[in-house]
Design a protein around this ligand. Structure first.
Ligand code: ADP
Length: 519
């Protein structure tokens, strides 16, 4: 390549004439001598122009550091485009800056990634004489990479803080200086752009009732060398009250004097509200359960006497009654018994909900229990074209349960199976499975729609299916049964197909060795 350097004759860039070089260096101000000892890479160059436009620069001198680092030499007499192919196309702004400086402009400094070299450079350029240029480089890739990583980490930290609504604070104890991340400032309802972190600012945002305790906890943590755990309210400028939770740790010097406390603040307003709501709901539920339990108990006594006296009258103990009187008394007794059943269920649900249901867990021999419930359920299917099969259960099967309550659950499931089955059959099977026992009550009845399958376990919820709604019920049986099973360490689940039938499954822990029957 042949170039024209302004004011002199064209030269081949590859051949270097020592006299010419000496002349040029002298023209450039003789900087090369000092540059020998410079620790930074440095080059003395002469701008090359074509038709009056800067097109390249010619190296007159390169100090030893740059020769070593760039691995591109030998330099003298070489064009930048020869040493670093593509530099004018890939990093065009370098030529522009160098041309500006060499043309007699002010010194310039820039930090850039030079694609043609593949490194980050910090470059200072000045012109010792018009058309000449001295460039001092610093390869700063490591620094830039470090800065990039720090920035990335800061971004991640900031993101983590804003997502988790938390902020970081750093308190220099001897000077009292406080540093806050922007998120910390936002937690106080303030604007990071116009807030200077200080204890006074923090104190001024604290709810007046919480200032004393919050400060006291900080002092205690510092002096007793314990981790800080603080919870206080802050009042935002717009009047909002937010709950903050602070965690901190104190650092001490070798003499044991506190130096610094570093900590994290989290906005826990939502959690506070939720736990308050949960506590309120729990208190309300407990009050309701207590009320129901008391009411149910009070209702049972007069109801028992209604049923008892109706029975006495029906048995003609006080004297003779006619058939119509007997029929009506039978209705009184039946209705009383239904009401008593309902009250017992309400009492049960109230006990379960208030945690006052006591269970007597013991090994229970399953077969007699199932047979007993089968016998009790037989009248429900008799004369209705529904076959209730005798239970299939191995004689040796034992479960850990409260026998009375398990009977109640099986009774409820059989009662439902009978109630919701118009034809076909009902089967009860029990079998061991790993460490559990499954008791399945399977019917070929009306079945349950998929969207109803979980709802039917909610108290007072009955299926929307009109075929189900037409049958008497309270919607309490399954809820009580499931609660009882859970309290016994078991489960009650259902599998059903609308119009095909349902299988309710009781799962209970198996008991390995046969024990005395608890029934
Ligand atoms: P109840 O039977 O008094 O309504 P349950 O809690 O025992 O209350 O049952 C809740 C609802 O679940 C029933 O109303 C019914 O819609 C549905 N259900 C329970 N057992 C069956 C079954 N075997 N077949 C079809 N639906 C059932």
């Amino acid at each position: 390549m042949s170039t024209t350097d302004e004011g002199s004759e064209p030269r081949a860039s590859t051949s270097v004439d020592a006299a010419w070089l000496e002349r040029e260096l002298a023209a450039a101000g003789g900087t090369a001598v000092q540059a020998e000892f410079l620790l930074n890479p440095m080059a003395i160059c002469k701008m090359v122009y074509r038709d009056g436009q800067p097109v390249d620069w010619l190296h007159l001198y390169v100090n030893p550091v740059w020769q070593r680092q760039s691995r591109a030499g030998p330099y003298p007499g070489k064009l930048a485009s020869e040493l670093f192919p593509g530099i004018q196309q890939r990093d065009p702004e370098v030529l522009q800056i160098f041309a500006r400086v060499a043309a007699g402009g002010a010194p310039e400094r820039f930090t850039r990634f030079l694609h043609s070299i593949g490194d980050w450079f910090d470059v200072q350029a000045y012109s010792p004489a018009r058309g000449y240029l001295v460039a001092v480089f610093d390869v700063v890739s490591e620094r830039i990479e470090r800065e990039r990583r720090v920035k990335e980490m800061e971004q991640r930290l900031s993101l983590a803080q804003s997502i988790s609504r938390s902020g970081i604070w750093d308190w220099d104890i001897p000077t009292g200086e406080l540093a806050w991340t922007p998120e910390m400032i936002r937690l106080l309802g303030l604007d990071p752009a116009s807030t200077t972190p200080s204890f006074d600012t923090w104190r001024s945002r604290l709810h007046p009732q919480d200032i004393e305790v919050a400060e006291e906890r900080i002092n205690t943590a510092v002096h007793e060398r314990t981790p800080l755990f603080n919870e206080y309210r802050v009042v935002w400028p717009d009047g909002q009250v937010r709950w903050l939770r602070a965690y901190g740790n104190t650092l001490y010097d070798d003499a044991g004097a506190p130096q610094r406390m570093l900590g994290l603040c989290v906005d826990v307003t939502d959690i506070k509200h939720l736990s308050q709501q949960a506590a309120d709901a729990q208190a309300a539920s407990l009050a309701k359960s207590t009320f129901l339990a008391t009411m149910s108990h009070e209702l049972r006594t007069p109801l028992n006497s209604i049923i008892g006296f109706a029975t006495l009258l029906l048995e003609r103990v006080p004297g003779e009654i006619n058939d119509e009187q007997a029929r009506q008394l039978a209705i009184v007794r039946r209705s009383g018994q239904q009401l008593l059943g309902l009250i017992s269920e309400i009492l049960d649900i109230a006990r379960v909900e208030s945690g006052r249901m006591t269970l007597e867990l013991a090994p229970v021999r399953l077969r007699p229990l199932l047979c007993e419930q089968y016998e009790a359920a037989r009248p429900l299917t008799a004369e209705r074209g529904v076959v209730l099969h005798a239970p299939e259960c191995d004689d040796a099967l034992h479960v850990r349960a409260d026998a009375r309550r398990l009977s109640q659950v099986v009774c409820n499931l059989l009662g439902n199976a009978a109630k919701f089955t118009d034809e076909g059959s009902i089967r009860v099977t029990a079998r061991a499975h790993d460490a559990s026992v499954f008791i399945d009550v399977e019917d070929s009845g009306i079945g349950i729609a998929p969207e109803e399958l979980q709802r039917i376990f909610i108290p007072f919820r009955r299926s929307d299916d009109p075929r189900s709604a037409a049958r008497i019920g309270t919607g309490l049986g399954l809820s009580i049964s499931r609660s009882l099973m859970l309290a016994m360490g078991g489960e009650l689940t259902v599998d059903s197909q609308l119009g095909r039938g349902s299988t309710f499954r009781v799962t209970l822990p198996a008991v390995a060795e046969p024990a005395a029957p608890a029934d």
